[in-house]
Design a protein around this ligand. Sequence first.
Ligand code: FMN
Length: 322
Amino acid sequence: MEIDSDNMSSPASNSSPGLFPDLSVDIGGIRLKNPVMTASGTFGYGAEFAELVDLNRLGGIIVKGISLYPSKGNPPGRVVETPCGMLNAIGLENVGLDVLIKKKLPGLKGIRTPVFVNIYGKTAEEYGEVAERIEEIPEIAGVEVNISCPNVKAGGVAFGVDPLAAGGVVKRVRERIKKPLMVKLSPNVADITSIAKAVEMAGADSISLINTLTGMAVDIRTRKPLITNITGGLSGPAIRPVALRMVWQAARAVSIPVIGIGGIMNAEDAISFLIVGATAVQVGTANLVNPGATMEIIDGIEGYLTERNHSKVTEIVGTLEI
Ligand SMILES: Cc1cc2nc3c(=O)[nH]c(=O)nc-3n(C[C@H](O)[C@H](O)[C@H](O)COP(=O)(O)O)c2cc1C
């Protein structure tokens, strides 16, 4: 099913020939008005950012990871700043599916930007159950399946590092939903292409990568880890070169759209992901330091295309010159 998102909400998304470049992209069953989405866990449930960001200008919104039942996540000592980035071990704290549906999603009512729910389960069956409930909500455009959280003991990255397990989860979700299905991959693997191919084979409509890289930080006075969970997920500009390499590799391995994530702080960063083969991008940690980052990135992509006389953003996707 092809869903068309509104593309008349801002001058930047006006695609009249000759005036503004067409920023719209197709990410597997759904058309976005531009390629800039928000990354899960860094933009709350969306409505919290309504006073800081024009939600209708975004290409897409991915809400915080959700599970069947509420979860408190990991104990405090969950975030630490590191050189050019941060470590977090939130552990997928979330309000659970029922509260998401009753209390959080109504806050996004009337928004003309496709909203994806990032889902997580302890078992493949649980992923399927969450997906099935999301399928019933007409306001939700699609699902992003998180098989890559490094901060939880059960599920999460355990599924994302093995092609068979990754394919198994995606197959189970695909059986339950017709909505667009995006699968979020982990960088904590030796060969990203085998995971990317496995989830494509299992029925994913698109893949998004990367989630955070497992890292550590230590307080040398107390000799204790700075993250109570001991390890955490590294995000921000520090991971961008790794993310760019993995997106380039994945984009050459699959034929479904690839969504690039990892340390995107400005338009230049986003454009480099498009050049290596991403059809769209997600902005994460940047939202925490500059809530207007996504707006600046949309404007910057448009400026880059206009300066170079491109009529469509898709003209630069996968144009890396080697
Ligand atoms: C505080 C925090 C919470 C996150 N929570 C989630 C989550 O719930 N689900 C998920 O798939 N990714 C989550 N992520 C990962 C981001 O969506 C993103 O993949 C990662 O941070 C890399 O992008 P960035 O460098 O732009 O932040 C989280 C990241 C941060 C920093």
